[in-house]
Every structure is written in structure tokens, then in C-alpha cells.
Design a protein around this ligand. Sequence first.
Ligand code: CTP
Length: 143
Amino acid sequence: MSKYKIGYTCGVFDLFHVGHLNLLERCKEQCDYLIVGVCDDKYVRDIKHKEPVYDEKQRARILNALKVVDKAEIVTIEETDDKILAWNKFQFDVLFSGDDWKDSERYKKTEEQFKKLGASIEYLPYTKGISTSQIKENLSKNH
Ligand code: CTP
């Protein structure tokens, strides 16, 4: 038995890489059932101002094929921005987020709201030296 029953994390996960895998493995160590919210293409374009390399369906398919992921589902901009909406949909016991969000006003507020729902937030470390943006940059430099 893990610390939590249902865990949730969300992200874009474009050009799936080892930084993504490290995060998901750490999430799965702490929960029995891991749900991954896959930010939709509209989020990538409108909020991150980037063009996805793999579209939302492909990104969700790759995540669904991983043994550390129990369910991956595409989520909207609203569900990405407002974690209460994500909770309404998935009713998880814990939200896993990058530790860069710790102590931010936004997450302090979410922690308060989650307390009432009986849900926790666990902050996990970001893997240094690798990101989708960096992979894209390296590819464009080398070709
Ligand atoms: N992540 C991580 N370590 C990395 C890259 C990502 O822990 N080196 C985590 C993020 O904190 C997030 C999830 O993986 O919880 C999905 O991140 P995403 O934004 O899709 O990945 P990046 O590679 O950071 O993408 P980009 O460069 O476009 O920002």
C-alpha cells in the first residue's frame, strides 16, 4: 500500500523525455492509482505560446501506455488552471506538482481549498538539464 490511493498530476508532456519519466515514477511511488491530466493543444498554443510537436491525442496515448500511469486523460485550459475543477473530475487524494510552485500564493490558496476536500499536495523536484524546449532547441541547432 502506498501513502495515497489516487494521485493526480498534469502537464503537456510533449516529446516525452526522462525528466517526465522521473516525475511520473516519483508520483507512482506515492500512490496506488496515478491519473495524468494531459494539457490540450489549445493550452499549449494559447497559454504556453508554443506549437505542440505531438498533438494531444498522441501525447495521451504515449502516457496511457506507460506502466507507471494508470490513466491519462486530456484536460482543458480551465481544468489545468483551476485544480478544483480537476478535483471535481477525478476526486484524487493527492495532487503532485513541481516544487517551483511551493510557497506561491496560487498554491497556498489551492492547499487551503484542498484541505476542505481532504486532498493533499506533494511537491516533487524538477529534473535539471532536460526539457521539451531544450530538446527542440538542440534539434534546431544541429540541423
Ligand atoms: N518535469 C520535470 N522535469 C523536467 C521536465 C518536466 O519534473 N526536466 C515535469 C514538470 O514539472 C511537469 C511535467 O514534468 O510537472 C510536465 O512538464 P512539461 O511542461 O510538459 O515539460 P517540459 O519538458 O518542462 O516542457 P517545456 O520545456 O515546454 O516547458
